[in-house]
Design a protein around this ligand. Structure first.
Ligand code: NAP
Length: 430
């Protein structure tokens, strides 16, 4: 069979782009053998030509303005590694698909915002839009849903989708350190970016949940999602969780219930003996619950140049094998629009931490408020604080409607004996 050459252009030569460039050059023969066809990196581009990079760019490979690449007839595949949902990345990806180029991107912000529009252009122009690297780095979850798990009706997808927050929570637990000390250490070790806000506030996980929902439920992007991050988790919560037999994880969930889509991201208490409790450090784990397969778990490195390159090469290879797939698994003409469900309609067992003035009758009043709001208490953990004037009360509830829990907290917060805003963490019993 005659081999065909795919001409690749890489735009963005930062952490990921530079690593991919070197990897493709070093593993050319191996990758070509596995895909029958050959490839060549014909162009690269980034913002600043004079920046020192650990890559060896050949003469005529550097292109000053990526718009030239979009128009160049020789280019087959454009790899976008700039990042961000707007600006250069947006204009490059829209432009490339409109010019009938295959696109590979690691950009979750762009795909979770403009994925529907982009996939319509890709489908119309019969080119690939591949984004395996945008969700959980080296964990091959997108290709698994599209190909390996194609037979299944997925009803729930959930797990740990952010390595930085997982590193912070597991390190706080193992080393008994504060949130601030741990995040600073994560930045020093390169496990967190210098501005880790989107990892910590849950936004990064939210983008991934929105993309996974589309693939799992054959739906359009649903922007309604409940998002809570981990910045309020402190050493006392970690210690309480341990005493009660739990670990705290930042988790993303998406599920279809009564024909509505429920998407949420929040710190979650999981049983110490559960699979997810043992996923520590920068690891990610995605659990897919479908029929007929049952529960499937894929775990691996969620970020970093090497894991992300693994996913990017899988996307490039898919294109080189002539595997033109719908970006979101099925044709846009068949994707569905679900209405959104609210977290307040879901049922959870919950962890509620109250800091109260230690005085007579407080606990009795608290239990009455829970009962008035139809929330039944399963366990109470009370620890007087050093000065003995205050006390920390942790309540574990039986499964209750989230709305009832919220109402309970609203009543409690008005009480004069409550010192700090009550803290709510949901428990995952699965
Ligand atoms: N880092 C990770 O672990 C990871 C994991 C999964 C996915 N991703 C995704 O991968 C993408 C790249 O991330 P990264 O960590 O490699 O980012 P990065 O190190 O900040 O690199 C960004 C690159 O984009 C270039 N760039 C910026 N503006 C540009 C413009 N107007 N025109 C052309 N090039 C421009 C920069 O050029 P200069 O070099 O000249 O400044 C730089 O080379 C992002 O979408 C990110 O979300 C990253």
């Amino acid at each position: 069979m005659k081999k065909r050459f795919y001409n690749i252009a890489i735009v963005g030569l930062g952490n990921i782009g530079s690593y991919l460039f070197n990897f493709l050059n070093k593993n050319k023969i191996n990758i070509s053998n596995k895909n029958i066809n050959n490839f060549k990196i014909i162009y690269v581009s980034a913002k600043n030509k004079n920046k020192k990079r650990k890559i060896n760019i050949k003469k005529n490979q550097w292109v000053k303005n990526f718009k030239t690449i979009i128009k160049d007839k020789k280019v087959d595949i454009i790899v976008e590694l700039i990042g961000g949902s707007e600006g250069a990345a947006k204009s490059l990806v829209f432009g490339a698909l409109k010019s009938k180029k295959h696109v590979v991107t690691a950009n979750k912000a762009l795909i979770s915002k403009y994925g529907d529009q982009l996939s319509k252009i890709a489908e119309k122009n019969k080119v690939n839009l591949e984004f395996e690297a945008a969700v959980c780095g080296g964990v091959p979850i997108i290709r698994s849903i599209k190909e390996g798990l194609i037979a299944n009706k997925i009803n729930r997808i959930y797990g740990i989708f952010n390595g930085t927050s997982n590193y912070v929570l597991s390190s706080m637990d193992q080393n008994k350190t504060s949130f601030n000390t741990t995040i600073n250490k994560a930045i020093k070790l390169g496990y967190a970016e210098s501005n880790p806000s989107s990892d910590i506030n849950g936004e990064d996980v939210a983008s991934k949940v929105k993309i996974l929902s589309c693939l799992s439920f054959n739906s359009f992007i649903n922007k309604n999602i409940h998002v809570e991050g981990i910045k309020d988790i402190d050493e006392e919560d970690i210690s309480n969780a341990n005493k009660l037999g739990y670990k705290i994880k930042l988790m993303g969930f998406s599920e279809i219930l009564d024909n509505k889509i429920f998407q949420r991201v929040h710190p979650t208490l999981v049983d110490k003996s559960s699979y997810i409790a043992g996923v520590n450090g920068v690891l990610n784990a995605v659990i897919v619950d479908g029929k007929p397969v049952g529960k499937n778990i894929i775990q691996g490195e969620g970020a970093g140049p090497s894991a992300t390159t693994s996913a990017l090469v899988s996307d490039i290879s898919s294109i080189m094998r002539g595997n033109i797939k719908f970006p979101f698994a099925i044709s846009n003409t068949r994707r569905k629009k679900y209405s959104s469900g609210k977290i307040t309609d879901l049922f959870f067992s919950s962890y509620i931490r109250l800091n109260v003035k230690d005085r007579y009758g407080v606990l009795a009043d608290i239990t009455k408020i829970f009962s008035n709001n139809k929330v039944s208490i399963k366990r109470v953990l009370q620890s007087p604080q050093k000065n003995k004037k205050n006390s920390s009360i942790v309540i574990i509830t039986h499964r209750s409607k989230d709305n009832y829990i919220q109402k309970t907290l609203k009543t409690l917060v008005k009480k004069s004996y409550i010192i700090k805003r009550p803290k709510l963490l949901r428990i995952e019993n699965d």
